[in-house]
Ligand binder design. Structure first.
Ligand code: URA
Length: 280
């Protein structure tokens, strides 16, 4: 029996609803890609190319070359985390770190993101703000905090006399998770060495952790952000430098819970006072 058009449409609607519930909000390609079978495909493509190269006496066919150029998606594992730690340590400048990150294929988030979102602001600044991960606007522009929460962050910075010329801004995760889903603990572990090295290379006098994921990752705690916020902590770099850190509420959270803006305001005043006491 031929399926009725109504039934087909109903099934398609169900699939779309399922995808939307799973956080899919954008089509990246005409055809869905199962990234977990990319690695075997790549191996098969290489073998095919080797065979063709043998047959054609050294000239590889263009189709096979195109297949090999497509990056294999990384399945997060401990080996990638170890590689990330080694690579991050090897960067001696921010430019080097950015280049290393751009060439790093060990985090699956890279393959769905449009751009690497490394940082914005002044790397000479006395204060560094670290958020969680880029959203859609940040992914499109390649800059952190440029969407709605970024506009709020700019207003919060202005309220304590700062802007992107006097502050440095980055994220724990430099690639947008698809559909803005929460990064997995493994993705966070893989990205952690890079943000830690970034902090170490910037060497801010004060660190501000925007939201729970940034605070928990960089301050080694599992405490609730509403308990954590407003209390000075310490972020210790790999080389042992202790940086005073202020965990506070994330601007995106404040957009959803405007009644809590007063708490973030108190935290920002603390940051301002600390910078003053340090002669900044
Ligand atoms: N939220 C973040 O944590 N970082 C951004 O860059 C944007 C939104």
């Amino acid at each position: 029996m031929t399926p009725r058009i109504d039934d087909i449409q109903a099934s398609l609607r169900e699939v779309l609803r399922f995808l939307a519930d799973a956080g899919v909000d954008e089509a990246l390609d005409e055809v869905a890609v199962n990234r977990f079978v990319e690695a075997p495909r790549r191996k098969a493509a290489r073998q095919e190319q080797e065979e063709r190269t043998r047959e054609t006496g050294g000239k590889a066919a263009p189709a096979a070359q195109a297949d090999l150029r497509r990056p294999a998606a990384a399945v997060p594992d401990e080996a990638q985390a170890a590689k990330a730690r080694e690579l991050a340590r090897s960067a001696s400048t921010l430019a080097e770190l950015q280049e290393i990150l751009a060439g790093f294929d060990g985090c699956n988030l890279k393959f769905t993101a449009k751009n690497l979102v490394f940082a914005d602001g002044n790397p000479e600044a006395a204060v560094m703000f670290v958020g969680e991960a880029p959203g859609r606007d940040e992914d499109l522009e390649g800059l952190p905090f440029v969407g709605r929460s970024g506009q709020l962050l700019d207003r919060m910075l202005a309220a304590i006399g700062l802007d992107r010329g006097t502050a440095y801004i980055a994220n724990v995760i430099p690639w947008r998770p698809p559909g803005n889903r929460t990064p997995t603990p493994h993705e966070t572990e893989i990205c952690r060495p890079f943000i830690e090295r970034q902090i170490e290379l910037v060497g801010p006098k004060v660190l501000v952790n925007l939201g729970a994921p940034s605070s928990r990752t960089l301050l080694n705690t599992t405490e609730n952000i509403l308990r954590l916020r407003g209390n000075w902590r310490v972020h210790t770099t790999a080389s042992g430098v202790a940086i005073p850190a202020m965990p506070t509420l994330h601007p995106a959270y404040l957009l959803r819970n405007p009644a809590h803006k007063k708490l973030a305001w108190r935290d920002f005043l603390e940051v301002k006072a600390r910078l003053r006491s340090l002669g900044q």
